[in-house]
Design a protein around this ligand. Structure first.
Ligand code: ADP
Ligand code: MG
Length: 348
């Protein structure tokens, strides 16, 4: 049975409809991310789950119990915000102890639990520091410990890494996932960063204008995007306007291709054919049967990857190749044949 269920959730602020027809089912222990651009409704959905905001319609169920009308304090949910939101006049351990005191636990139990939580986030040695004496990453660790201390049923993280430097962001991201697995706590993680969502989650909900465009495992989202929006938002994508010549036959990049996946369309339909930069290669690989020709405009050395920009019929197409021995950086102005497999072509 699903642990958390959102059934046809909608939210209006006055006349503006911010969330609509939002359905989601999360299993116990699952790690789910909400991914989408700023303003698409991620925080609003999270606040409805937490009980800070009441849905305009729809129901929220936790372990089979309808909690839609339940106040936030009775939902046993832990929250972490982008801004840390620690109590400035309390030390790290007092911050972590706060929820336990409110719950009326005895002193000994609180002390033991605070110790355990600070050790979980590797901050034992900074227990007596005040927030202003801690770095951003350390403050966010404390707020994670504070959220987890009362053993919530559900952990909600609203862009917890967005204010941090790149290196800290990655290490805290890995720690969040490790701790989540250790505790087995059901978690929702909000982010506008696709790499973050793909790397950390069991499943990703890609949100667009208050709706879930796709809910799937990271690889599925990347390899089989359900909509043009998902395909564009997640990763880099080369997009071609394509015309259906006949069912299963597509014309794009000044060439006609047999594409069985396009069999569901009618002659004359205008659709989109798209290829990821790594699906294209400057040499024919095993499985590559199709190609398009162009002219090399630019190459960029990105470390593990070399990216070439190729002009194809007036459109710039990105091709990524691994920086491995034998990789040849093409010369500007060179004519290039870009190979791909029909399996890698996204038809949207
Ligand atoms: P996200 O977290 O994805 O950036 P939000 O959920 O914060 O998006 O906001 C979604 C939309 O709802 C935005 O257009 C925002 O301006 C609007 N909104 C959020 N909260 C309120 C509110 N209390 N009153 C009116 N509009 C709001
Ligand atoms: Mg937000």
């Amino acid at each position: 049975m699903s642990f958390l269920t959102l059934d046809r959730i909608a939210k209006n602020f006055g006349a503006s409809n911010v969330v609509s027809e939002f359905d989601l089912s999360i299993d116990r222990g699952e790690f789910v991310s909400f991914l989408g651009p700023s303003g698409c409704g991620k925080t609003t959905v999270l606040r409805m789950i937490a009980g800070f905001e009441k849905p305009s319609s729809g129901t929220i169920t936790v372990s089979g119990e309808d909690v839609t009308a339940l106040s936030a304090s009775r939902r046993r949910i832990g929250m972490v915000f982008q801004s840390y939101a620690l109590f400035p006049n309390m030390t790290a351990s007092e911050n972590v102890a706060f929820g336990l005191k409110v719950a009326g636990m005895d002193r000994q139990t609180i002390d033991a639990r605070v110790k355990e939580m600070l050790s979980l986030i590797s901050l034992d040695h900074l227990a007596d520091r005040y927030p202003y004496q801690l770095s951003g990453g350390q403050q966010q660790r404390v707020s994670l410990a504070r959220a987890l201390a009362p053993s919530p049923k559900l952990l909600l993280l609203d862009e917890p890494l967005s204010a941090l430097d790149a290196k800290i962001r990655v290490s805290l991201r890995d720690d969040i996932r490790r701790i989540q697995r250790e505790l087995g706590i059901t978690t929702i993680f909000v982010t506008h960063d696709q790499e973050e969502a793909l790397s950390i989650s069991d499943r990703v909900v890609v949100m667009h204008r208050g709706r879930a465009d796709q809910i799937a495992a990271p690889a599925e989202i990347y390899n089989r995007p359900a909509t043009r929006f998902v395909a564009d938002f997640v990763g880099t994508l080369n997009v071609f306007d394509a015309e259906v010549v006949a069912p299963g036959q597509l014309r794009f990049a000044a060439k006609t291709f047999e594409i069985p996946a396009a069999g569901r369309y009618e002659a004359g339909d205008k659709i989109v054919a798209a290829l990821r930069p790594e699906s294209l290669a400057l040499r024919r690989r095993e499985g590559d049967a199709l190609s398009i020709a162009g002219t090399v405009m630019m190459t960029s050395f990105l470390g593990s990857v070399i990216r070439a920009q190729i002009d194809i019929d007036g459109r710039v197409v990105c091709v990524d190749m691994f920086n491995q021995s034998g990789a040849r950086i093409p010369a500007i102005g060179e004519t290039a044949e870009l190979w791909f497999s029909e399996d890698d072509l996204l038809v949207l």
